[in-house]
Design a protein around this ligand. Structure first.
Ligand code: GLA
Ligand code: ZN
Length: 664
């Protein structure tokens, strides 16, 4: 398909919830807000198919015709994210079973069992009808499969499918027992069919902890794969009728249920839904965007949903401050988002989302704050399509690993305070605060593009990780890792011989003990001779070839290293044995940037990011505060939003963004 020349702007529209005679006025209002794209048919299964033998597309035909007549692009969903009541009544086993094995009776959404044969048959029949009927309509620019895949099922069908998955993976039950160290607590299996799903009635402990981590990890892999099979099956049906239109499904960056790196390989383009809470730091949202760009090897993504104003499903649903929605949209673009879409176009009258923000609110007037801001952004985006497709010129990367997240979640010990996404987000923030362009990468990414790779809590270490890190360091790379890294194999057996396991020689040290601090407890550390704090975990580090960058100043291990460096050739391996506080991370990050030759500059309250293409070098400068904020720029050019020439010291209004195309 030709690359799009326009930024897609619009989002979820559910006219089926409204009388037919209101639709024309909706279209008029949406067009007037510069909206050019509608996401349709996300939750319409029950309307499209009233029973097993009947399909009725009259309503969707009408909606599609309306979109076409209104000159709207369409993102067409396959409508399979919520099982209709007639299916749950007729085929109860289509529904998911929870951790206690209790099957849902119907209702809700994201409610199907991924291995149910009846679901698969019904799902694909619907998709077949939709794809046959609508493929080739020029207004369809993307296919949107299901909606926000997530969760797990613990039913008997899934248990059986899990057994088959294990058979394929391990071939013999002995190999599986060994991989899981199943002799622990008398778990040795003599047949694959004896393996239970790790729910609450079997091996799953409260809070997602695992008795046999290998089993739990494999179940998580299996579930992610089983849901991915659902996605692929729909995609393949669409491909029978439509060879070219890109296929996606909307992801959730904060969701740890699925291995999105694996999913992204099956998606033509990544799309995701951004719903920050009031107190979500801008750095965390930035991290989510980079993660979503990263899973598809840094290709631009679609922002499939954000709220034009408030959400409704949080404990406290703040309204976005004047200018804030716009700023968040530009932040999305700054990190590689090429299309900006909302949930939703028109606020539902009832249902549990009746209080969710929308472009057209219950009052239905164009002078509402959200409508006006959507309209103003829409007007600006029409001037910015030159940015589409531009890349992020990052030299620093954060290494992310879904399996380490899963494994750390399942760990019983060493501390309940260890959270994988939280701690990786803190390391990301240290880079964010110094205005680094960052790529989120994975173990199978190309490391050679970077000078600095930060791999926090890289718990699962496969054998080939050693060579991969060594190659990177041989070319002068700096590899940074932390406590709880390099430790376990892919079924969570600890690598013996001392921590950080496989990476002991690379790190030039060994660790035999890790101290755990209580909540709020700190330990002073002298880092580059400055006083900072550590918390949560403290590795007792025994250096061999490593040297100390920082030392503990308290406890019986006072004077021993907390942060170390091991130099081999031009490369460096940095090991951080504790959870450094913000000032410690900043100090370390500044030092790392100096060593890596990466420019680091802090602008408080303002984020700066860059995208580059043959059309230019675009600097996004975003005031993320409610106050006017000054910033001193080291480049000059034209602000594409206002058309003004910008250089040196500038004052940004609250939530103002400049997108400066660099001169030269
Ligand atoms: C999700 C869903 C939407 C809607 C929004 C509300 O992202 O995909 O259908 O429920 O949340 O925030
Ligand atoms: Zn199931």
């Amino acid at each position: 398909m030709e690359p799009l020349k326009q930024i897609l702007y619009g989002g979820d529209y559910n006219p089926e919830q409204w009388p037919r005679e209101t639709w024309e006025e909706d279209m008029r209002m949406l067009k007037n807000a510069h909206i050019n794209t509608l996401t349709l048919n996300v939750f319409s299964w029950a309307l499209l198919q009233p029973d097993e033998d009947t399909f009725d597309f009259s309503l969707l035909d009408d909606i599609m015709d309306l979109a076409a007549a209104s000159d709207m692009h369409v993102i067409l969903a396959t409508a399979t994210a919520a099982v209709p009541p007639w299916i749950s009544a007729k085929y109860p086993e289509v529904m998911r079973a929870d951790k206690r094995g209790v099957r849902k009776r119907g209702g809700g959404r994201q409610n199907h069992c991924p291995t149910s044969a009846d679901f698969r048959r019904l799902q694909l029949r619907l998709v077949e009808e939709i794809a046959r009927r609508y493929s080739g309509r020029p207004e369809i620019l993307y296919w949107h499969i299901s909606n926000e895949y997530s969760g797990r099922c613990y039913c008997q069908s899934c248990e059986q499918a899990f057994h088959n998955w294990l058979r394929t993976k391990y071939k013999t039950v002995q190999a599986m027992n060994e991989a899981w160290n199943a002799a622990f607590w008398s778990h040795t299996y003599h047949d694959f069919d004896e393996v239970p799903v790790p729910g609450r009635l079997s091996d799953g402990m409260q809070g997602g902890k695992a008795v046999l981590p290998g089993l739990s990890l494999d179940y998580q892999r299996f579930m992610s794969d089983a849901l991915l099979e659902n996605f692929k099956a729909e995609r393949d049906v669409i491909r029978k009728y439509d060879l070219h239109t890109p296929v996606t499904t909307n992801l959730m960056a904060g969701c740890g249920d699925l291995d999105y790196r694996k999913w992204a390989r099956e998606m033509d383009v990544v799309s995701w839904d951004n719903y920050p809470a009031r107190d979500t730091p801008a750095s965390t949202i930035a991290f989510w965007h980079d993660l979503m760009r990263g899973i598809k090897d840094q290709k631009p993504f679609i922002l499939m949903e954000q709220s034009p104003n408030q959400q409704n499903w949080m404990p406290y649903n703040y309204v976005k401050r004047p200018g804030q929605m716009k700023e968040m949209s530009y932040q999305t673009m700054a990190h590689g988002g090429d299309d900006i879409l909302f949930f939703q176009m028109k606020q539902s009258r009832s249902g549990c989302e009746k209080f969710h923000g929308a472009v057209i609110t219950h009052r239905g007037k164009e002078d509402s704050r959200a409508y006006q801001e959507v309209r103003s952004l829409g007007r600006e985006l029409e001037r910015l399509s030159c940015i589409r497709g531009a890349e992020t010129p990052a030299r620093a990367a954060l290494l992310f690993d879904y399996e380490s997240w899963w494994a750390i979640n399942g760990n019983v010990g060493p501390s309940v305070l260890v959270g994988y996404p939280e701690e990786t987000a803190r390391w990301y923030k240290a880079m964010f605060d110094l205005q680094l362009d960052v790529d989120v990468i994975f173990w199978d990414s190309d490391f050679s593009r970077y000078d600095l790779i930060v791999a926090p809590l890289a718990y699962i270490a496969r054998d080939d990780s050693v060579d991969k890190i060594r190659d990177f360091m041989e070319k002068g790379g700096i590899f940074v890792t932390t406590v709880l890294s390099g430790m376990a194999d892919e079924t969570d057996r600890i690598h013996l011989g001392g921590y950080p396991g496989l990476w002991r020689d690379l790190a030039g040290l060994w660790i035999d003990e890790t101290d755990a601090l209580e909540k709020g407890e700190k330990i002073p550390i002298s880092l580059f001779n400055q006083e900072v704090q550590g918390s949560v975990l403290c590795d007792l580090i025994h250096p061999e070839t490593a040297t100390a960058l920082g030392v503990y100043e308290k406890e019986f291990y006072a004077g021993t290293p907390a942060v170390t460096q091991n130099r081999t050739g031009k490369g460096r391996f940095i090991y951080c044995g504790t959870f450094l506080d913000e000032s410690g991370m900043e100090l370390l990050m500044r030092w790392l940037c100096r060593k890596a030759g990466i420019e680091a500059k802090a602008y408080a309250g303002v984020e700066k990011k860059t995208r580059v293409s043959d059309k230019g070098r675009f600097h996004f400068v975003m005031n993320q505060r409610r106050e006017a904020t000054p910033v001193d720029l080291s480049f000059e050019g034209t602000d594409l939003i206002t058309g003004r020439h910008i250089s040196g010291m500038v004052m940004l209004d609250p939530y103002q963004t400049m997108i400066i195309r660099e001169n030269g």
